[in-house]
Design a protein around this ligand. Structure first.
Ligand SMILES: CC(C)(COP(=O)(O)OP(=O)(O)OC[C@H]1O[C@@H](n2cnc3c(N)ncnc32)[C@H](O)[C@@H]1OP(=O)(O)O)[C@@H](O)C(=O)NCCC(=O)NCCS
Length: 209
């Protein structure tokens, strides 16, 4: 994979990503210990499980796969930690997936979609990934709506041993199709093309970094 990644500086109009650090255990636990947040993410983790995820799946993964990973999602206006977005391997597979887990206080404001679109552009245009996929639990319509708004397409169901025995909703998109469809600028969290409320594109969008 071609990597000219500045993955610690991805921003949108309202959000920024930064890498997690070894000191971020408490932030992750805000997500991993909340049953509502984890309802469609395999259920709450133990504190030990959360620490293991920080060490292995997050910190070590940064070194193993430069440019990819799981990042803390920050509200730019306040500096508040909102949760995480990710662009990484499906566990035990070669596919690169996009994903997000936000604290309850951040739901319903278009944040998941806004940074998901930025990560798709980053993955396709900056990393040169040919395809990005996503998986959700079958009943998780909110997450499926985010993926559709961001420009992925539903393509049936798949099973992955690392995520249990149940079939999962499968989404995917190739770079050419997504980039052609999103040539004119960013799609904001409400699924609208940013900067075009009057139909006129802006010259520099919020995805410019
Ligand atoms: C799923 C999640 C990421 C959504 O984040 P969000 O920032 O609220 O998402 P957005 O505001 O960008 O978009 C949510 C969309 O789902 C829709 N939605 C929300 N709940 C819904 C429901 N129960 N049924 C149908 N649609 C629903 C919203 O209306 C919105 O779509 P719209 O803009 O077309 O109206 C967030 O709830 C979350 O982090 N949940 C816990 C972790 C999780 O499940 N992560 C995904 C694992 S696959």
């Amino acid at each position: 994979m071609r990597v000219k990644a500045r993955d610690d500086s991805l921003t949108t109009e309202r959000l920024a990503l930064r890498r997690f650090t070894p000191d971020d255990g408490a932030l992750l636990w805000e997500l991993h210990g909340d049953p509502e947040v984890m309802r469609y993410c395999g259920g709450v983790l133990t504190p030990e499980g959360s620490r293991e995820m920080l060490q292995g799946r997050i910190l070590e993964y940064y070194e193993e796969h430069p440019g990819l990973g799981i990042w803390a999602t920050i509200e730019r206006a306040t500096g508040a930690y909102l949760g995480l977005h990710l662009l990484n391997h499906i566990r035990g597979a070669e596919h690169i997936q996009v994903g997000y887990v936000l604290s309850r206080r951040a739901w319903g404001r278009g944040y998941a979609t806004e940074m998901c679109v930025r990560l798709l552009r980053y993955g396709f245009a900056e990393l040169g990934l040919p395809r990005i996929v996503a998986i959700t639990d079958l009943p998780h319509v909110a997450s499926q709506q985010v993926l559709l708004k961001a420009g992925l397409r539903r393509a049936g169901e798949r099973r992955f041993a690392a995520y249990g025995t149940e079939p999962l909703a499968w989404f995917e998109r190739d770079a050419d199709g997504w980039l052609a469809e999103h040539a004119g600028g960013a799609i904001d969290g409400r699924g609208a093309r940013a900067g075009e409320p009057d139909g006129r594109p802006r010259t520099s969008g919020p995805e410019s970094r």
